[in-house]
Write a protein that binds this ligand. Sequence first.
Ligand code: NAI
Ligand code: MG
Length: 502
Amino acid sequence: MSLPATKISPMSSPQDLAKYLEKKNLIDGKLVSPQSGAYFKVLNPATMETVCEMPQSGASDVESAILSAEKAQKAWKEVSAEKRGRLISQCADLLEAHQEELAQLMTLETGKAIRTESRLEAGVFANSFRYYAGLAMEIKGETIPHSPTTLTMTVREPIGVVGAIIPWNVPLLLMALKVAPALVAGNSIVVKSSEEAPLAVLRAAELINSILPAGLLNMISGDGPGTGAILATHPKIAKLTFTGSVETGKIVYGLSAQKLAPVTLELGGKSPMIICEDVDVDKVVQGAVTSMRFTRQGQSCTAASRIFIHATIFDAFLEKLKAKVNALKMGNPFDETTDIGTIISPAQYEKVLKYIEIGKLASGAKAHTCSQLPEKAPFSKGLYIQPVLFTGLSNDHQLAQEEIFGPVTCLIPWKSFEDVIQMANDSEYGLAATIWTNDLCKALNAVHQLEAGFVQVNQNNVVMPGLSYGGFKSSGLGKEASFEAMIDHFTRKKTIIMNLRS
Ligand code: NAI
Ligand code: MG
């Protein structure tokens, strides 16, 4: 495949690339220093070394990014859908060519294992651009048989400048699910990256900017209250799209409400995995390992963090699951043999350890601690946490109700189907759920009754371009990743009536 002409060639090492991006935002097509003059440190959580410093952007940086995006959007909305799609498709080619480089940079800043996590994510990242590029010419309205004397129709228009606030757990993919549909639909976008993972997304934004007109995609870094809240409040941000915690989701929803701007929220979960007595235990144990997302230290909003196992197979399941999790290797995230990387930050590390302590203190609880911490420096200093399977905790315990975002799972036995569905739904969250059975009737009953936006039978795959993804209840508002998500959340509908008798 011949690549589109670009001056950007893959860099030699993630460390070099981090130095190249250091202290920069991407505004109006250029890597620029922040006007704020303030910076924060980016940590490599596998070694506790500082990777580089990045801008703590202030109001004037946010303002520059939004003004540049506003100007660029005026021209972009006049570009034909065919050309917009073609350019986004070229971005997909370029991002694919830089997959390894982006994966390595993400591993450096997040501690995610390169083989089990970062490389896969960087691949889906490029694919998401390809998926949306192909939909550019499908953005269309309707004609309505309103009356014989009028021609009545709707058109779908871009909204304007979109603000996006993204988290650190899957930064590239979550960026793509916002940036690609927003741009394809004719908007421009200003992204605030997470203070824990600003590098891979910035490099990706630079690559995209080597193809698209300047200003369409601007990327700034900074913390939540100092940068994110300013972006969310800005009157020129016509639409906000956010992924992160429920607490912050409520804050940005409130800020957008003040100016009546539409909002999409993707806010985490406490996803149930229901295992029936008729399954092949070995197969489902493997499915549980994938579902718990322990290779990402459980830092996933769709992680199965509550596993409901039929009482008749509980003990056999537990033993086999322990053996599988024990076999996962923790260590240098760049090592191709490593399965599990690190927790993202010292704050998250403390938070997860606290939850584990609370669980151990509960009466009747047993913590099954698996796998081995790395012993050799520098990884012995890293933010590694041994995965813990808890038994003896009921579904109403704090550990089974709150999102831990760490390698901690509650295993809960069940006997009656009615009870297990009730326990699965007894949660403030409603993002994802899975049911594992060979009984079609049971599977369909569960699918029908589970209160979750993303329900899978006999598998637990991650978000895929093309499939609507988004939670019920406190897990969020709106959908991402699909055609419908682009139409509903990145366009506005205009109704037009032409009087044919005038
Ligand atoms: P967070 O919700 O604080 O951060 C997510 C993003 O929002 C970041 O870019 C952050 O800078 C920004 N932000 C924070 N406060 C803001 C404010 N007042 N106004 C505007 N933007 C703001 O999440 P955090 O602290 O990184 O993680 C805490 C917990 O959130 C995790 O333990 C996990 O439970 C949950 N979480 C869920 C995610 C998901 O995929 N659903 C992703 C990340 C975190
Ligand atoms: Mg970091």
